[in-house]
Design a protein around this ligand. Structure first.
Ligand SMILES: Cc1cc2nc3c(=O)[nH]c(=O)nc-3n(C[C@H](O)[C@H](O)[C@H](O)COP(=O)(O)OP(=O)(O)OC[C@H]3O[C@@H](n4cnc5c(N)ncnc54)[C@H](O)[C@@H]3O)c2cc1C
Length: 366
């Protein structure tokens, strides 16, 4: 029987892949197992928005460092630092925006408010009814559909094997080694990292751990190519809209509107009753979209736990078992928090604290 890996990572999304690269850098032998292809989960279907303006205040230090990682990844992931505006259209929305952005600016995000004149000079196609607008020069986007290809190349260069279409169907521990049952055979490893996104709960149950992971079914749409309409990433004060125009002229429209379906059933479905108001809001913000046709709408599963903070640390009650997932804005933060997770597993000092998966999830904060 071959020697066990130092670590087996279940889940080849951004969390699993970013951690694997850090571990390989630290000299560990790692293997990644994915039930499908690398980056086929949330990491490959998300809206790609990298915005400090829509991050939770407590996650700002992670998001700021995440932005640096994306900048370094550059063209290979379709990174564009366009700057971003978040818009309010009513007095209530403007008050909400002022309150939220002040907290984020205090947490280190370079967010400021701009006058309507300044806004319309840069974005002349926005509706004129804007009541307030905040700006962050750091904001931008990447192309989520490049995630799998990017990490395949990086992992190969780092000598990390990845095994696709290898669903982990059972996990047990004998004599200090984890045995992971896959269709291609049993993989043995001294440590294990669960990075299975919205599928974390059934996976952790193999180890007798109940993680309160739930899934949201976010919807994203893409338009046909349009003449130049937007130069920056656009958000709405309520968080119900994100929008950007790609270099090929298409516009990507998101905002967390919910589709239907469950992770265990494979794919989610778009719901017309949530898609319509999502697109209506986009058209309200950019009136010229009235003439645009939607090419495709799709959904993806985004995991969270009741307090909406990440799961990132050791699995309670188990030796050498770790979990990473449920990060809000996880695409933005993923490349950085994956490094931190790698440092934890390597026994290194952490630059920022992680998020104990054994905590009391019912505790809330502002
Ligand atoms: C539609 C949508 C839009 C989003 N938009 C944004 C955005 O604009 N900006 C942003 O920052 N964040 C966004 N997010 C959030 C972000 O995409 C996620 O937080 C992040 O990608 C999660 O990464 P992950 O690696 O934890 O999970 P995933 O990418 O889902 O990866 C988990 C992997 O585990 C594999 N797996 C599961 N079970 C098993 C098993 N038993 N055996 C083997 N493999 C298994 C899956 O196949 C999958 O590849 C969005 C999410 C969605 C769904």
């Amino acid at each position: 029987m071959s020697a066990p890996f130092d670590i087996a990572i279940v889940g080849g999304g951004i969390m699993g892949c970013a951690t694997a690269l850090r571990l390989a850098d630290g000299g560990m032998t790692a293997v990644i197992l994915d039930q499908g292809d690398l980056g086929q989960g949330a990491s490959g279907v998300n809206a790609g928005t990298l915005s400090l303006q829509i991050k939770r205040v407590a996650l700002m230090p992670y998001a700021l460092r995440g932005h640096r990682e994306w900048q370094a990844m550059g063209d290979a992931v379709g990174f564009h630092r366009t700057g971003g505006y978040t818009l309010a259209f009513t007095a209530d929305e403007a008050a909400l925006l002022q309150e939220r952005q002040a907290l984020k600016a205090a947490a280190g995000a370079p967010i400021s408010f701009v006058s309507p004149n300044e806004l319309f000079t840069h974005e002349p196609h926005l509706a004129r009814k804007v009541a307030a607008a905040s700006f962050c020069a750091e904001d931008g986007y990447a192309n989520a559909s490049l995630t799998g290809a990017y990490y395949r190349a990086r992992l190969s260069a780092a000598g990390v094997p990845y095994r696709e279409r290898q669903e982990v169907r059972d996990i047990s521990r004998t004599q200090g080694t984890y045995d992971l049952v896959t269709p291609g055979g049993t993989i043995r490893a001294r440590r294990i990292l669960l990075a299975a996104g919205a599928w974390l709960r059934p996976l952790a149950s193999h180890l007798g751990v109940d993680l309160p992971v739930r899934a949201r079914v976010n919807t994203v749409s893409v338009t046909e190519r349009q003449p130049p309409l937007l130069g920056s990433v656009i958000g709405h004060a309520t968080g119900l809209l994100t929008m950007k125009q790609k270099p090929n002229g298409t516009l990507l429209i998101g905002g967390g509107w919910q589709g239907a379906g469950q992770p265990q059933d494979g794919r989610g479905q778009v719901r017309m009753d949530t898609l319509r108001p999502n697109l209506a809001l986009a058209q309200h913000v950019v009136p010229a979209l009235a003439k645009a046709r939607i090419l495709r709408s799709w959904t993806g599963f985004e995991a969270n736990v009741p307090d909406f903070y990440p799961l990132a640390g050791s699995l309670p009650g188990l030796e050498d078992a770790f979990v990473l997932g449920c990060v809000r804005g996880g695409y933005t933060i993923g490349p950085y928090i994956g490094k931190l997770m790698g440092d934890l597993i390597l026994g290194r000092e952490l630059e920022l604290p992680l998020f104990d998966p054994g905590r009391d999830f019912e505790r809330t904060d502002p």
